[in-house]
Design a protein around this ligand. Structure first.
Ligand code: BGC
Length: 716
């Protein structure tokens, strides 16, 4: 896709000096030059800047960032285009992660919607808003799968499942890049953090990882494979090492796997400072050594630490790095710049977009992302009910937007109190003061029909460099739950969180639990849509909810052990630990509705299929009848899992291979179809070769990963 611009790129390269070439491999942030803008202008004039990141610090997700300034970007771009010898435009990138002006649910929350079309539509809106501000490149989607919710960055990724990871990758990239990268509403996407960053030991950010080749191939890579397949233009190399080799200096990961196996032909940007970090890792002696190792590994653009610009010329002149190596990197970057039409349209153009529509879409995605974890029949609520509202997230705005909100407006984000007040027709809303003592909570609750508690975690406990050791609810919130439970009123808990929290001992004391996540600009309104039944909940957990922090890691797609404690995820939980029940509090794919769905007639069109026929495109057609037997119209996420019973490398006890979100009117039955083909039944060996082996496959279709609806098909 990007290679087709190679000839034009080569022509440009043939006219470039070595210095100019290396300039293309240099990304800067403008902040350090703000006191000496002339210096910056000169660097650009001399062709020393290939790209500018619109962030002022290395941890943009949680630090305050500078405002977007399209006029300044255009003024600098004019220097690159009109005053530099080669006139090559610079590529402006910003972390537009889960929203720009309008903020959508955190990626982990969006994954809960299990609605790829809606996610794509929302990411298209995000691209449009960012492009209208002069941003041409985003460092998203983040595709790091994770087993440890203590890791602050679990919130930025798709959760624990490679299939969901791949679907999210596709939806986000289609949204960002559109059908045509030259469209003024498209922006370049970046699949990150390649590779294995989500496996940081103990959930400690940036920490080491040990990942076997089998896990790498079958678990960590699938989302990146999908991203490349979807045409992602850029990939970000991660900070971490894998088994002792830092990815940003590794030919194995950046070239052998990414280029040769995955066939990626865009360019690789380092994570912020990852080139220089090779020193801290103990993998490079000095900055010069870092530059040599990174460029030779296949890392094209150095983010913000000037290792390339200060060392590559010398390394080439000394014969330590080949000029071909430099030319290859420049060619990849120029190919993307050409493919996106940057030479024809180098300047940011402000344009109008329909913000109201974007807010409407954000509200829809937020509502579809929210997961109803428990309901003793108390929900949906009546809009005429008298409600007592309390808890630390009653008046909170900022946390609802979530981490990595650079341009969303806190003041324009309705808080939960405002949204509830607005949603009630004749009902009254009683609320405690904003302190966290809840002194008057008993008196307030006595006046109400029902109590709603706004609970959760601050965005400050999530995101980069914000891991936690304990994912339990804070003590004061647990006390509040217990206190309200002791009243004679029904209590609803609404949780505003980034990660799955360990809620054993809490949910037992609540009559209903809505997991609202940090769902962006429309979090509070969407939560009310669900609470009052204007939207029937349909979100499902994209990640396992453990009972306690001490049960981490706990994920559904594990392999089976030799002892019959196999079923630790569900069947024999008491055999894991002598001191606690170790099954998940809520398994992967779990979520309730206000209506009820019934699954019947699970069947496949064949019981037997030959491996040869599968290879030639043969399919297993699976179908199931899903009926809405409850009292509301509603959406259900119909999930298909497989298990390869016997294989040369043991396969997970369940693997998600498909989902469909279907809308069923009450009383309606739909036959839902799935196709299983060669690409669904196999696995990768350690060399990245794909294999399907003969034998029996169990196929499960149902409401979550523990569904018992099963059929089998044999591959012979
Ligand atoms: C983060 C990346 C981000 C980059 C640029 C890094 O610290 O790990 O996710 O895209 O900064 O802001």
């Amino acid at each position: 896709m990007y290679k087709k611009f190679a000839n034009r790129a080569k022509e440009i390269i043939s006219e470039m000096t070595l210095k100019e070439k290396i300039g293309q491999l240099n990304q800067i942030t403008v902040t350090p030059y703000m006191n000496d803008v002339e210096k910056l202008r000169n660097m650009i004039r001399e062709g020393q800047v290939g790209s500018i990141i619109l962030a002022s610090t290395a941890t943009a997700g949680n630090d305050q960032q500078g405002r977007i300034d399209i006029d300044m970007y255009n003024e600098l771009q004019k220097i690159a285009v009109e005053e530099s010898r080669m006139g090559i435009p610079m590529l402006y990138g910003r972390d537009v992660i889960h929203g720009h002006r309008v903020v959508y649910p955190l990626p982990l929350a969006s994954a809960s919607a299990f609605n790829d079309e809606l996610v794509e539509k929302c990411y298209r809106n995000i691209a449009e808003e960012a492009a209208a501000d002069g941003v041409r490149w985003t460092f998203s989607p983040m595709l790091d799968l994770c087993h440890d919710p203590r890791w602050g960055r679990i919130v930025e990724g798709p959760g624990e499942d490679p299939y969901v990871g791949a679907q999210m990758a596709r939806a986000c990239i289609r949204g960002f890049q559109g059908d045509n990268l030259t469209d003024k509403k498209s922006i370049v996407a970046c699949a990150k953090h390649y590779l294995g960053y989500g496996f940081s030991e103990g959930g400690r950010d940036y920490f080491r990882t040990e990942i076997s080749d089998i896990t790498l191939q079958n678990y960590v890579l699938p989302a990146f494979r999908a991203a490349v397949d979807e045409g992602v233009a850029t990939v970000m190399s991660s900070f971490n090492d894998i088994n002792g080799i830092p990815v940003s200096g590794s030919k194995k990961y950046l070239t052998d796997i990414l280029r040769s196996q995955l066939r990626f032909n865009g360019f690789v940007v380092s994570d912020w400072g990852a080139v220089q970090m090779l020193i801290h890792h103990g993998y490079a002696e000095d900055r010069k050594d870092c530059a040599k190792k990174a460029i030779e590994a296949g890392l094209d653009l150095d983010m913000c630490v000037r290792c390339y610009i200060e060392n590559l010329e010398m390394l080439v002149n000394d014969g330590e790095v080949s000029i071909e190596n430099i030319d290859t990197a420049v060619e990849r970057i120029l190919c993307v710049k050409l493919a996106m039409g940057l030479f024809d349209r180098p300047y940011g153009e402000k344009f109008d977009y329909d913000k109201e529509k974007h807010l409407k879409d954000a509200r829809e995605l937020a509502a579809e992302s929210m997961v109803l974890l428990k309901n003793n029949g108390v929900l949906p609520l009546n809009k005429e009910a008298n409600i007592a509202l309390m808890g630390p997230f009653t008046h909170e705005r900022r946390s609802l937007l979530g981490t990595w909100t650079l341009d969303g407006s806190e003041s324009e984000t309705p808080n939960f109190y405002e949204a509830l007040k607005n949603a009630l027709t004749n009902g009254k809303l009683f609320c405690t003061d904003t302190s966290r003592t809840y002194d008057n909570s008993s008196e307030i609750s006595s006046r109400a029909d029902i109590i709603i508690l706004a609970l959760g975690e601050s965005h400050w406990t999530t995101g980069e460099r914000h891991s936690v050791s304990d994912i339990s609810l804070s003590k004061d919130q647990i006390e509040l739950v217990n206190k309200m439970h002791a009243t004679d009123k029904k209590v609803v808990g609404v949780f505003f969180c980034g990660r799955p929290m360990a809620l054993e001992g809490v949910v037992e004391n609540l009559d209903a639990v809505l997991y609202a996540w940090h769902s962006g600009s429309e979090t509070a309104n969407a939560a009310c849509d669900i609470l009052f039944g204007d939207t029937v909940p349909s979100g499902k957990t994209p990640v396992t909810f453990p009972r306690r922090s001490t049960h981490i890691p706990l994920y559904y797609n594990t392999t089976s052990s030799g002892q019959p404690v196999n079923g630790y995820y569900g069947q024999n939980p008491q055999w894991n630990y002598t001191d606690s029940m170790a099954s998940p509090l809520y398994p992967f794919g779990y979520g309730l509705s206000y209506t009820k769905f019934e699954y019947k007639n699970l069947s496949a069109d064949k019981e037997l299929i030959s491996l040869d026929s599968l290879k030639l495109g043969g399919k297993i057609n699976v179908s199931v009848d899903v009926s809405n037997i409850g009292e509301y119209d509603g959406k259900e996420v119909v999930q298909l899992y497989i298990r390869d019973k016997v294989a040369s490398i043991i396969r997970p006890i369940r693997e998600l291979k498909g989902y469909k979100k279907v809308f069923l009117k009450l009383g309606e039955t739909q036959t839902v179809h799935f196709e299983l083909s060669y690409k669904d039944l196999g696995f990768y060996n350690e060399n990245g070769e794909y294999l399907v082996e003969k034998g029996v496959f169990e196929i499960y279709v149902g409401e979550n990963c523990l569904t018992k609806n099963i059929i089998t098909v044999k591959v012979n």
